[in-house]
Design a protein. Structure first.
Length: 401
C-alpha cells in the first residue's frame, strides 16, 4: 500500500514538472514573437556596458570625476570664456560686413537665417556648460525668496469645501454630528505664479566695456534657474538700439530649451543709439505697458485667485551706462507704484581680466562701424563703474570721469 502511494506521488510530481516546462517553453516562444523583449533588454545592457567601457578608456580619472560631478575646472572655464568672446567678435564682424555690403537677396537671407541659428545654438550650449552647476544653486536660493503664491493644496477645516477630511469624520460621528468642519479647501500655497521679464542691454557699449559675455552668461543662468524653479511665466526682451525694445521671448509662451538658441541668436551687442533715442526710458515705459497687458490677460483667464496676488519682476542686465536722468526717475517711480511690480537693475561691471577682451571687441566694432555718435571714448573702455563719478561731453562724445 505504501509503495502504491509512493508511485502515485512520484507520477504527480513528474506531471507538475512537465506542465512547468511546457509553460516556460510557451512563454519563451511568445516573448520571441513579441519583438523578442528579453533579447532586446540584454542587447541594450551589453551596449551600455560597452559604452561605459569606451568612456572609461577615452577619459582619464580626473575627467571622469569632473564628468560625474558636473563641474568644470578653472582652465576649462577660461577656455569657454575665450571661445564666447571670440564668437561674439566674429558675429559683430559678420554683422558689420553685411551692413556695409548691402547685397540682400533670397539666398543671402536664407544663409543668414541658418548662420544665426547655428550661432545661437553654439552660444547657448557653451553658456549652458558654464552655468549648469550655478543654476541649481541659484534655484535653491530663489526658492526661499520667491515663495509659493498659488494655493493648490487642500487643507483646513471648513463646513463646506472640495474634499472630505477623513481624519475628522470619526470625530464628526462621535460628536453626534456637531463638529461639522470636516471639509478641506485649496488654501495652502504650493505653486508659484510670477511673471518675470529679463531685459538685456544689446548696445555697443556692452561690447566696448567687456560686459557682453557676462550678459549672455547671466541671461542663461537666470533662464535656467527660473525654469527649473517653475516660477510661472518668463519673458526676455532686448534694448539699447535705435529700434527700441525688441521682444525675444513672449511671456505667454512657456520657456524651453529650444527658446535659448533663438534668444542668443538675436544678441550681438552691436546696436547704436544717440542721445535722442533714450533707450533706458523706452525700456521702462515698454515694460510697464507689457506688464499691464500681462496682468489683464491673467485676470481674464481666471486662473487661481485672479490677478490680485500676481507678482511681477523686472530684471535688467546692463553695464550702467545711460544718460537719462529726470525722465527715467519719473518712469521708474511710476513703475514702482504699481502693486506687485518689483524692478531690479543688475549692473555688469568690467573687471581687470575682461578689459583686454573688451578692448579687442571694441576695436573690431569700431573698425566695422563708421563712428557712431553714441559710442564711448577710448579712454573709458573697460573702465569699472566704481571708477566713474560723472560724465561730460567733449566734441560730441561722452567722457566718463
Amino acid at each position: 500500500m505504501d509503495a502504491e502511494q509512493h508511485d502515485a506521488a512520484a507520477q504527480q510530481r513528474e506531471q507538475q514538472q512537465k506542465l512547468l516546462q511546457d509553460s516556460t517553453t510557451a512563454w519563451g516562444a511568445s516573448a520571441a514573437d513579441t519583438d523578442q523583449l528579453p533579447s532586446i533588454v540584454a542587447a541594450r545592457l551589453a551596449a551600455a556596458d560597452l559604452l561605459e567601457d569606451s568612456k572609461a578608456d577615452l577619459l582619464g580619472p580626473a575627467d571622469q570625476t569632473q564628468l560625474l560631478s558636473g563641474q568644470l575646472s578653472p582652465e576649462q572655464v577660461e577656455a569657454l570664456h575665450a571661445e564666447l568672446d571670440a564668437r561674439l567678435r566674429e558675429a559683430a564682424t559678420a554683422t558689420a560686413d553685411r551692413t556695409a555690403a548691402d547685397a540682400a537677396n533670397a539666398a543671402a537671407g536664407a544663409a543668414d537665417t541658418q548662420s544665426a541659428a547655428a550661432y545661437g545654438r553654439e552660444m547657448w550650449d557653451r553658456c549652458e556648460a558654464l552655468v549648469s552647476g550655478l543654476a541649481g544653486e541659484l534655484a535653491e536660493q530663489l526658492r526661499l525668496i520667491l515663495e509659493p503664491s498659488l494655493a493648490t493644496r487642500l487643507g483646513g477645516e471648513f463646513r463646506s469645501g472640495k474634499r472630505l477630511n477623513m481624519k475628522r469624520v470619526i470625530g464628526y460621528i462621535a460628536s453626534h454630528f456637531r463638529r461639522d468642519k470636516i471639509w478641506m479647501r485649496r488654501n495652502r500655497p504650493d505653486k508659484r505664479k510670477y511673471q518675470v521679464v529679463i531685459a538685456v542691454d544689446d548696445s555697443r557699449s556692452m561690447a566696448e566695456n567687456g560686459a557682453g559675455v557676462f550678459a549672455i552668461e547671466a541671461l542663461a543662468l537666470l533662464c535656467k534657474a527660473m525654469s527649473r524653479l517653475e516660477v510661472g511665466e518668463l519673458g526676455v526682451v532686448s534694448y539699447g538700439g535705435a529700434g527700441g525694445v525688441q521682444p525675444l521671448q513672449p511671456l505667454e509662451v512657456p520657456f524651453s530649451d529650444a527658446a535659448g538658441p533663438r534668444i542668443m541668436s538675436s544678441l550681438r551687442f552691436d546696436q547704436d543709439n544717440t542721445i535722442a533715442d533714450r533707450p533706458m526710458l523706452q525700456l521702462v515705459e515698454a515694460v510697464h505697458h507689457l506688464l499691464e497687458v500681462a496682468k489683464h490677460r491673467m485676470g481674464n483667464q481666471g486662473s487661481g485667485s485672479g490677478s490680485s496676488d500676481l507678482r511681477q519682476l523686472l530684471l535688467v542686465l546692463g553695464d550702467g551706462r545711460f544718460h537719462e536722468k529726470e525722465a527715467l526717475m519719473g518712469a521708474v517711480r511710476k513703475l514702482v507704484e504699481v502693486q506687485g511690480v518689483c524692478p531690479v537693475f543688475i549692473a555688469l561691471d568690467a573687471t581687470a581680466s575682461s578689459s583686454s577682451s573688451g578692448a579687442n571687441t571694441a576695436a573690431v566694432l569700431q573698425a566695422g562701424s563708421s563712428g557712431a555718435s553714441g559710442s564711448s571714448s577710448s579712454s573709458s573702455r573697460g573702465a569699472s563703474l566704481l571708477d566713474m563719478q560723472s560724465v561730460k561731453f567733449v566734441n560730441g562724445k561722452p567722457v566718463f570721469e
